[in-house]
Ligand binder design. Structure first.
Ligand SMILES: Nc1ncnc2c1ncn2[C@@H]1O[C@H](COP(=O)(O)OP(=O)(O)O)[C@@H](O)[C@H]1O
Ligand SMILES: CC(=O)OP(=O)(O)O
Ligand SMILES: [Mg+2]
Length: 398
């Protein structure tokens, strides 16, 4: 890979598609960024190239949203490279794949891996179909590039066995029914940022709250995941945009007896629950803030309660917490949620600096100087971690 070659990262999440293009010897120089948000309603596309002004507007959907988004980003990237006489071309494409099952390493994509991913779709019917579709679209667009799969689950391979197991017969564990954990690329990025600040993470009892459309929290010791609130699937843990979070499995058995089919339950738990289900209005926290109805306010309260509950559980597992990080769309942009969560954590000696919390616009500490827990906001950058991983893997497999 020459320094002009480009690594393109594609992150298709549940409510957004994010792109970034990087150059440089370690693929750390970002030359373009794009995001398509509100995928389920009116998709909006935002693009930034080099020093150009931001381009923003409705996504022009020709066939499918995903194809249109990838094509529009790539053709705008090409145009921008020409405008700036940049001679680079996309030589590596890095894909976020949310569920990797037992795959323990990020991998170069070949036909065998694509088959394996297809067999994993029942483990994550929300993300994997679009993750796989994005890979196929990019393979067509960049047939000569190396394509790499970066898994959310790989970061969590360090979770100890006791925390990985469910209290089910062991045979089921052997069949893959276990805690995998997700948002690992985001947790890896946060750890990298903290490491740059603290030099090492040895004495950190770290809890990271990735609060986006999908939301999870992770307990981390010495840079290693100890527990993630998402488990076998992306449904577990806290209340999410459209997902239920932790729920008594008895509810599912009851619904099955009420003639709900497996597909009805899948639709209910992945797409109709969470903030959307509780509010009856929206899965987007911004819309709930703007709505005074009791149902919307109750949805916000439920979200906050479950985050507080999980921080308590993770603190107990780590035997304390001295560093708490908020990240993800809500974690980064909703000071009101951070304040409401932190209010409930005074038992930890945590004190928020209200001014810093409200004014925050860059990565930094938002706790007061006497706080026993250092509270950070870090804007996650899964695409950057993906580019680094892919560039390294592509170089090793050249
Ligand atoms: N300014 C804001 N205030 C409150 N919530 C926000 C704000 N900006 C974004 N969000 C929330 O963040 C969510 C998207 O988070 P993000 O991490 O980008 O999602 P994804 O899971 O698709 O990666 C939105 O659905 C919205 O609820
Ligand atoms: C794991 C997961 O839920 O991812 P996202 O938040 O991007 O949907
Ligand atoms: Mg995301």
């Amino acid at each position: 890979m020459t320094t002009n070659d480009i690594v393109l990262s594609i992150n298709s999440g549940s409510s957004s598609i994010k792109f970034s293009a990087f150059t440089g010897p370690s693929a750390t120089e970002c030359i373009a960024k794009g995001q398509v948000s509100s995928l389920d309603s009116k998709p909006q596309i935002e693009l930034y190239f080099f020093n150009d002004a931001r381009q923003y507007g409705p996504l022009k959907v020709n066939n499918c949203v995903l194809t249109s988004a990838i094509e529009q980003f790539c053709s705008a990237l090409k145009l921008s490279l020409q405008t700036y006489n940049h001679s680079g071309h996309v030589s590596v494409v890095s894909h976020r794949v949310v569920h990797g099952g037992d795959i323990a390493q990020h991998r170069v994509i070949d036909d065998a891996l694509l088959c394996e991913l297809t067999s994993l779709v029942p483990l994550d019917p929300l993300h994997l179909p679009s993750n796989i579709a994005a890979i196929k679209i990019a393979l067509d667009l960049f047939p000569h590039a190396r394509h790499v799969a970066c898994f959310d689950t790989v970061f969590h391979t360090t979770i100890p066995l006791t925390a990985k197991q469910y209290a089910l017969p062991k045979l089921l564990f052997d069949q893959g029914i276990k805690r995998y954990g997700f948002h690992g690329l985001s947790y890896q990025y946060v750890c990298q940022q903290l490491k740059a600040h603290y030099n090492e993470l040895n004495d950190r009892k770290l809890i990271v709250a990735h609060l986006g459309s999908g939301a999870s929290l992770c307990a981390i010791k010495n840079g290693d995941s100890q527990y993630c609130t998402m488990g076998f699937s992306v449904l577990d843990g806290v209340t999410m945009g459209t997902r239920c979070g932790a729920i008594d499995p008895g509810v599912l058995l009851y619904l099955l007896r009420q003639d709900y089919s497996a597909l009805d339950i899948e639709e209910l738990l992945y797409r109709q629950s969470g903030l959307l289900g509780l509010s009856g209005l929206s899965n987007d926290m911004r819309n709930l803030f703007a709505d005074d109805s009791a149902a919307s306010q109750e949805a916000i309260a439920h979200f906050t309660l479950t985050v507080v509950r999980e921080i308590g559980a993770l603190t107990a597992m780590l035997n304390g917490c001295n560093t708490l990080v908020f990240t993800g769309g809500i974690g980064e942009h909703a000071p009101r949620i951070r304040a409401r969560v932190c209010q409930q954590l005074s038992y930890l000696g945590l004190e928020l600096d209200d001014q810093k919390n409200n004014q925050h616009c860059h990565d930094g500490v938002i706790s007061g100087i006497h706080s026993k827990v250092e509270v950070w906001v870090i804007s996650t950058n899964e695409e950057k971690v993906m580019a680094q991983i892919a560039q390294q893997l592509a170089a090793n497999n050249a």
